[in-house]
Design a protein around this ligand. Structure first.
Ligand SMILES: CC(C)(COP(=O)(O)OP(=O)(O)OC[C@H]1O[C@@H](n2cnc3c(N)ncnc32)[C@H](O)[C@@H]1OP(=O)(O)O)[C@@H](O)C(=O)NCCC(=O)NCCS
Length: 182
C-alpha cells in the first residue's frame, strides 16, 4: 500500500528501513507514550523483530511506515480487535521527535481513517492516549475523533500511574446509525 499525504508517504515497511527505523525509534520521548511493546532503548534486534512482524502476511492489521525526507521516520497502524470487540480497531502511531510539530501525523491519521473503514468490517476506530500526551489527543481531535472516556489509573508507564483517554471515530459519524448486529 502507498498513500501520499500533504506531508509524508505512508507505505509498507521493507528490510531496507531497518537502520532508519532503529535511529528514529530509539528515543525515550517516543517510547514514553507507547505501550511497553515499543522498547527503549530500541535496538537493531527490536527493529528486526518489528519488520519481520510488519512484513509477514500472517500478521493481522496494517503496519505502514511514515516516510519523510526519503526515510522511514515513524509508523502508523490499524489493529483490528477480536472476540466481542471484533468490530472495533485501534489506530496507533509514532514519529521521530526531529519531525514533530509539522502536522505529519495528523495528515497520516486523516489519510488512514477511510482506508481502515474500507478495509475492515469495523464500526469504531479508537485510540487510547496516556493522559500526559496532549499532542496525541490533538492529532485525534484534528482528525475527527471524539474524546469518549477517561479510564482512571488504567495505565502504568515508566513507574507512573496514568489515566487513559479513549478517543473514537465511528464509521458513520453517529453510532446510532451503525449497522445492526449480525
Ligand atoms: C503524538 C505525535 C504522534 C504527534 O505527531 P506530530 O506529527 O508532531 O503531530 P501534529 O504536528 O500532526 O499535531 C500535533 C499537535 O499537538 C500540539 N501539541 C504538541 N505538544 C503539545 C502539548 N504539550 N500540549 C498541547 N498540544 C500540543 C501541536 O501544537 C499540534 O497541534 P496544532 O497543529 O493545532 O498546533 C508525536 O508527538 C509522537 O510520536 N509522540 C510519541 C509517540 C506517541 O505519542 N504516539 C501516540 C500514542 S497514543
Amino acid at each position: 500500500m502507498r498513500i501520499t499525504t500533504p506531508t509524508s508517504i505512508l507505505r509498507d515497511w521493507t528490510w531496507d528501513d531497518l537502520p532508519a527505523l532503529v535511529r528514529n525509534a530509539d528515543d525515550p520521548r517516543v517510547a514514553a507514550m507507547m505501550r511497553d511493546g515499543f522498547p527503549s532503548p530500541y535496538t537493531e534486534e527490536d527493529g528486526r523483530r518489528f519488520i519481520s512482524m510488519a512484513t509477514s502476511p500472517a500478521t493481522p492489521g496494517l503496519f505502514l511506515a511514515i516516510e519523510v525526507g526519503g526515510e522511514a521516520s515513524g509508523g502508523v497502524g490499524i489493529h483490528p480487535l477480536s472476540d466481542v470487540y471484533r468490530r472495533t480497531a485501534e489506530i496507533g502511531y509514532w514519529l521521530s521527535p526531529s519531525r514533530w510539530g509539522r502536522g505529519i501525523v495528523t495528515d497520516a491519521v486523516r489519510a488512514l481513517v477511510p482506508v481502515a473503514f474500507a478495509t475492515y468490517d469495523i464500526v469504531r476506530l479508537q485510540a487510547g492516549v496516556f493522559s500526559n500526551n496532549p499532542a496525541s489527543g490533538k492529532v485525534l481531535e484534528k482528525s475527527g475523533f471524539a474524546r469518549e472516556a477517561v479510564h482512571r489509573h488504567a495505565v502504568t508507564k515508566n513507574g507512573r500511574l496514568l489515566d487513559e483517554v479513549l478517543y473514537v471515530r465511528f464509521r458513520t459519524g453517529n453510532p446510532d446509525l451503525d449497522t445492526p448486529v449480525r
